[in-house]
Design a protein around this ligand. Structure first.
Ligand SMILES: Nc1ncnc2c1ncn2[C@@H]1O[C@H](COP(=O)(O)OP(=O)(O)OP(=O)(O)O)[C@@H](O)[C@H]1O
Ligand SMILES: [Mg+2]
Length: 482
């Protein structure tokens, strides 16, 4: 999940919790406040009614007329119910029902309090009307306020003032939702200010990882993100500098190898030529004794073998330097690789015969022509077959090839000594030889497989090895057909 989505989700969750808590808290406070206001209002109304009744001395006579008149003033919601009760608890006036049908009210909690000269309140169900009411009862005192002569009680339906609370709560929710939307918009802009530069850095790192080194990110401002962007740019610069230094050193090394190899090639070829001439002349020399000739030929053979080895090292180094340079050096063309390999294989005939090994090729009948640099492609198999022969003492060597629409797959399989798992990851390194004593014996320098790997990579292919010690080795090559 993206950072901006995470931020927004958390904000929405937080705000939802906050809204719910705020709703309940406000509703509670509003209800408390409105209850308090109604008690205040009803007790003031009680006082007014009480004074009117006392002033007119109407507690005994025409209270009906006065109270009905007052009651009619509160015909709009919330409707006020008015009850007049005598000190004995008898209901003598009731605005909403018939007074004579009502119970004695002496034990009602608000009446009991009012009889004591105080204002009594209670929220409970009316036994007469079976609805919840807020009752406020006040004593009606005689004109010199020394005696309670009756009780005036006013009340409102609880659901009437609850509906007002609900209206208020809905208003609060409405404003909270508006506030939430504003908050969300502000957060969205704020999170974009943070996440957009982070996304830019993320994209730049992706580009960088995919090989584009010419990436920079904008580093505006002075916050941590700007510092991160700045450090990223510095890192890329340093990396590029380091890379160009490495490339330079690599080039120096390659030039050195190429120059030295070229310098060595001419004298070595001359030495080889002269040794062969010397050998021929010695053989033809009739004066020389046979025993001496045998000795000389032995020394010449050793010199010839070492010279040959030096020449093949020089050739390998030149080939490696060439394959290590850019891919433009490939001379690709559509090639019938089966025919190419069949023409090349006779160079191994003598070695195969010496070791009594069999070499077989197995190409699928419809194997297509593939686009390769023929000379370098041939070198892959020269090196692999050379190894297969060098590191096998029995059995057969098989070259197989098949293809699908995109790739050609080649395998070179032998039943030789095999390669240890820990060596399998290293044999493609330059000068790495897995079996030192065998390499010394066979004259291997550890360049063959690095050349193979480079040629495969130049063709945008892959090479892998599977091997079991004592059983044999398979080299697998996958090359794109086009
Ligand atoms: N078919 C194989 N069977 C067993 N070991 C192998 C095989 N091919 C390569 N190796 C091991 O991998 C090492 C590296 O091979 P590589 O061809 O690079 O060098 P080399 O054969 O020793 O020398 P050269 O440069 O003459 O080819 C070899 O020394 C050998 O130990
Ligand atoms: Mg080799």
């Amino acid at each position: 999940m993206r950072i901006s989505s995470k931020l927004s989700l958390r904000f929405v969750l937080l705000f939802a919790v906050f809204t719910i808590i705020a709703f309940f808290l406000f509703s509670y406070l509003v209800r408390e406040k409105s209850e308090y206001d109604y008690i205040y209002f009803l007790s003031t109304l009680n006082n007014t009614i009480s004074s009117t009744l006392v002033e007119n001395d109407s507690l005994k006579k025409n209270y009906n007329e006065i109270l009905n008149k007052i009651h009619s003033q509160f015909s709009n919601k919330p409707i006020i119910r008015i009850t007049l009760i005598s000190c004995s608890g008898k209901v003598i006036f009731e605005s909403d029902t018939f007074a004579h049908k009502m119970d004695n009210h002496k034990t009602r909690p608000e009446i009991m309090k009012a009889l004591n000269g105080e204002v009594g309140t209670s929220i409970r169900q009316s036994k007469t009307l079976k609805k919840d009411f807020l009752f406020v009862a006040s004593p009606v005192k005689n004109s010199d306020k020394t005696q309670v002569i009756g009780i005036i009680r006013t009340s409102v339906l609880v659901k009437d003032f609850d509906s007002q609370t609900a209206k208020f709560a809905i208003t609060i929710i409405f404003f909270l939702v508006i506030f939430l939307l504003f908050g969300f918009l502000i957060l969205d802009r704020f999170s974009k200010r943070i996440t957009v530069p982070i996304c830019e850095i993320e994209n730049a790192t992706k580009e960088f990882a995919s090989g584009n080194l010419d990436v920079t990110v904008k580093a505006e401002g002075k916050d941590e993100i700007a510092s991160l962007a700045n450090n990223f740019n510095i890192m890329i610069d340093n990396f590029k500098k380091l890379l160009s230094e490495l490339k330079y050193l690599e080039q120096v090394k390659r030039d050195f190898i190429v120059n030295v190899s070229h310098e060595l090639k001419t004298p070595l070829t001359a030495i080889k030529g002269f040794i062969e001439t010397l050998e021929d002349e010695l053989i033809e020399d009739e004066i020389i004794e046979e025993k001496e000739l045998k000795n000389y030929l032995k020394y010449i053979d050793i010199t010839k073998r070492h010279t040959h080895r030096l020449i093949s090292i020089v050739q390998d180094l030149l080939m490696l330097s060439e394959t290590e340079t850019v891919s433009s050096s490939l001379m690709k063309s559509k090639t019938d690789v089966k025919m190419l390999l069949e023409k090349m294989l006779p160079i191994f005939s003598q070695k195969l015969e010496e070791k009594q090994l069999k070499l077989i090729t197995e190409f699928t009948p419809d194997f297509p022509e593939i686009s390769v640099d023929a000379f370098k492609f041939e070198q892959i198999f020269v090196n692999l077959i050379d190894n297969a022969i060098k590191y096998s003492d029995k059995g057969e060597i098989k070259i197989a090839a098949k293809a699908d629409n995109e790739y050609a797959y080649f395998t070179v399989t032998d039943s030789g000594i095999g390669i240890k798992p820990e060596d399998q990851t290293r044999i493609f390194e330059r000068f790495y030889t897995a079996n030192k004593s065998r390499s010394r014996q066979t004259g291997g320098t550890g360049l063959g497989l690095s050349i193979v790997k480079h040629i495969v990579l130049l063709h945008k292919g892959e090479i892998t090895v599977e091997s079991k010690l004592g059983t044999g080795t398979v080299f697998l090559i996958k090359l794109p057909i086009v």
